[in-house]
Design a binder for this molecule. Structure first.
Ligand code: GAR
Length: 212
């Protein structure tokens, strides 16, 4: 089987991108990242990609409407021949054309247990601020396929973390990020190995010996 090709979309630091790069370099994931696209210039994720010899592209959202941004992203992904698109802290919205082109082949990491603290306005630190404010005792990370809605696609993997009364958004973010760095590479590995099947809203992990 030919090696699967991955495109990663980022908007920030790229620690989740790094977790995927590390899993590929250690041999845990048998795939190749063909390109990393950032929707804003100067983000550290682009530096990380370059450092590892991965093509790093900035398609600046500034000065573009959503249709132009999406068209440019779609063209770059198609040109690179990607099988899987990973949103690793990507804050722009992919439109219906991109989602249809890569149906059940775009995964997103969200820093909460969907369907809590997700959707419009819930991204980055805002998610953790809301979780702490609400007083939940557990939060976590979710990897899901991207559909036309916001954080509404089929859930692939989730992991819980405790929330303590001493937490603020930053301490919680740190704990969740640790879970993200395990969860996202694992979801990518399962996809690349052909172990994921989608039935309606439900994702079936069909790897032998995997009890999920
Ligand atoms: C991560 O916590 C990710 O879950 C979150 O942005 C952060 C990016 O960190 N994504 C969202 O909030 C999307 N709704 P990173 O750039 O270090 O990977």
């Amino acid at each position: 089987m030919p090696q699967k090709v991955i495109g990663v979309l980022v908007s920030g630091t790229g620690s989740n991108l790094q977790a995927i790069i590390d899993a590929i370099e250690s041999g845990t994931i048998d795939a190749r990242i063909a390109l990393v696209i950032a929707d804003r210039p100067g983000v550290f994720a682009l530096e990380r990609a370059e450092k590892h010899g991965i093509k790093a592209l900035c398609i600046d959202r500034k000065g573009k409407d959503a249709a132009a941004l999406n068209a440019a992203i779609l063209e770059a992904l198609d040109e690179a021949g990607v099988d899987l698109v990973v949103l690793a802290g990507f804050l722009s919205i992919l439109d219906a054309r991109v989602v249809a082109r890569y149906k059940n082949a775009i995964m997103n990491i969200h820093p909460a247990l969907i369907p809590s603290f997700c959707g419009e306005g819930y991204y980055g630190m805002r998610v953790h601020e809301a979780a702490v404010r609400y007083g939940v005792k557990v939060s976590g990370a979710t990897v899901h396929f991207v559909d036309e809605g916001m954080d509404t696609g089929p859930i692939i993997l989730q992991e819980c973390v405790n929330v303590y009364h001493t937490d603020d958004a930053h301490t919680l973010a740190e704990r969740v990020l640790e879970a993200e760095h395990k969860l996202l590479p694992e979801a990518v590995r399962l996809f690349v190995n052909g172990c994921i099947r989608v039935e309606g809203r439900r994702v079936i992990i069909c790897e032998e010996g995997n009890g999920r």
